[in-house]
Every structure is written in C-alpha cells, then in structure tokens.
Design a protein around this ligand. Structure first.
Ligand code: BDR
Ligand code: CA
Length: 313
C-alpha cells in the first residue's frame, strides 16, 4: 500500500516536535507533504522556527514548512510558555534553522494541496489550535469533501481541562475554529486529554530514547527532560504526556487506540466553560455522532513504536 498523504498543522511545542519526528521516521506508512505552522504554544514566528529546527534535527530540510495564521479567528492569542518554556522547545540546545520558510501562506498551502491531490487522499493532522484548518474551510468550502480525514489532538471529557478547569488548550485558544471543524462534516478522529494523559513519558521511557545515542534520540530525550516538569508538578504524574504524537501513532498503528464515535460540540459562549468539548460519551442526546473520540491507548506499545521509529532517523 502506498503511504498515506498527510499535512501536519502544528505549534511546536516539544510534543509536537516528537510527533513530527515520528512521522519522519515512518515513510512506509506516511508521506508528509508539508508542515503548516500556527500560533499556539508560542507565537507564530517561534512555532515556524521550531518546526524547522525539528526537521533539521532529523536531517530533513527538504520538508516544506509554511507559516499560517498568527492569531485565532476571533480572539487574542493565549500561549503556553509556562508549559513549553520561553522558546516553546526548551530543553536541547536550539540551533537557528538554515532551511527557509516557504513563501506561500500555510492556509493557502492546505487549500491548494487539497485541490491538487486526488479527492479523499490527504489527511490533515492538527496538533495545535485549529485556526489554520478552520480558515481554510471557510475560505474554500469545496475542500471539505476532498479531505480524507482530520485526526487531531484536542479536547477532553473525563479529564476536563488543562488550561482552564473546563477546557483543553488547543480548543480553548480558538474555540470558534474548533466549532467550524467539528461542524464541517469531515471524518474526524480526536485525541483528547482522556487518552493523551495515559501516554506518559516516564523516566525509563525517556532513557530508552536517550539510549538510541543518536542526534534525534538525544534531542528528543532533552526535550522530554524539560517537558515533564510541568505535568509532574501539576498532576503528580510519572512523566509528561506525549499528547500530539498520539495523532501520528494512530495513523501508523490504529490498533493501539480505542474510543467511541460520539457527538462532540464546542462551547463558544460561556466565560466559565469556554472551549469545553461537550462529548456525548453516554449517548444521552439525539445529536448525531460527528467524531471518533478516543479514550484509551496501549501506552507501552505507543512508546515502543516511538522509540523504534526515532531509531530510524
Ligand atoms: C496540547 O496543548 C499543547 O500545549 C500541546 O502541544 C498539545 O497540543 C495539549 O493540551
Ligand atoms: Ca501542540
């Protein structure tokens, strides 16, 4: 089978960077057409630097990287330096990237790629706020039926929020964008905190990556050394959750994940619960299911996959 064509839409972020590396280490399954950056964990200028640093760490300066939106559709940007550090990619020594940013805007790249490629052959992988994806859907409604699937990291139900008591960061930053995406009619798979909080980069798992003894292994282990700090302090967990790599791992090994196809609506009005993903997990409404909402994963299998694929870089 030919590899699945994907676009990664991202706001790196250490966990975003691991997701990019996992995709780059999996060319048999995934054909990464390009990376579109969005403002999120840190401002756009920085996320588009971090995406290129990540590609260069893997020796893949041939991957086209685009800058997309610098702000959410209708709100001021909220960032997460308190989680990811000042650069968004704190941990390893960061060498300024040599590879250029593409001239084309990231939103235009998404639209043009979907119009150029065969219908139903490109999967979008959003790992940050959904601003670029919603902008593309609004500006070019014809692309909706051409998208194979959107597999995204965002939301939470049983785990409630991480940026507010009710909302997960990616959805909270641009709830209007998330609402557009969830109502688009496109096939959607969501990786909420319910599953990503089980993907913990524990000490032995980080050490297995460091023991690869390669540029990518060291780069990743140093990112994860830094990244665990926030969640270990906050939740008392055994490591930082590798949220975004769940998206890429699902495309390679869907058998590692389980969930339910349910209705998911986004709260866009309430000040108290803004950005909450109201998932009808128990089927108590007659609202139509619009997303596969994941709930569990085989964490050992997930980390074995990551370690094996990073070893290929
Ligand atoms: C999400 O927010 C970001 O901080 C992470 O990169 C991830 O995409 C988790 O809530
Ligand atoms: Ca992210």
């Amino acid at each position: 089978m030919s590899p699945r064509k994907i676009i990664i839409d991202t706001d790196p972020g250490q966990d975003d960077a691991v997701a990019i590396l996992l995709a780059l280490g999996s060319p048999e399954e995934l054909d990464l057409l390009g990376i579109t950056c969005v403002a999120g964990n840190v401002p756009l200028e920085r996320t588009s630097i971090n995406a290129r640093i990540t590609c260069e760490a893997a020796g893949r300066s041939d991957i086209p990287v685009f800058a997309g939106r610098s702000a959410p559709l209708a709100r001021a940007l909220v960032t997460a330096e308190h989680v990811h550090g000042k650069t968004g990619l704190d941990g390893p020594e960061l060498i300024p990237p040599q590879m250029p940013l593409q001239d084309q805007n990231g939103v235009d790249f998404i639209i043009n790629t979907l119009r150029r490629e065969a219908p139903g052959s490109v999967t979008l992988c959003p790992l940050g706020p959904l601003s670029n994806i919603a902008d593309a859907l609004q500006r070019a409604p014809d692309i909706a039926e051409r998208i194979q699937e959107i597999v995204l990291m965002g939301g939470a139900y049983f785990e409630v929020g991480n940026i507010t008591p009710a909302a997960e960061f990616n959805i909270y930053v641009d709830p209007e964008a998330a609402d557009i995406v969830l109502k688009s009619g496109v096939k959607i798979t969501m990786m909420p905190l319910d599953v990503t909080h089980k993907a913990l980069a524990t000490r032995p798992r980080i050490e297995a990556i460091r023991a690869l003894n390669s540029r990518v292994g060291t780069f990743t282990a140093e990112m994860l050394d830094f990244f665990e700090r926030f969640d270990v302090e906050k939740y008392g967990s055994e490591g930082g959750p590798l949220h975004d790599p769940c998206v890429i791992a699902y495309l390679i090994r869907p058998d590692l994940f389980s969930g339910r196809k349910v209705n998911v609506e986004i709260e866009t009005k309430s000040e108290l619960t803004l950005g909450m993903t109201v998932a009808d997990w128990w089927g108590v409404t007659d609202r139509s299911p619009n997303a596969m909402f994941m709930g569990d994963l085989d964490a050992d299998g997930f980390f074995a996959l990551i370690t094996e694929r990073l070893a290929r870089l």
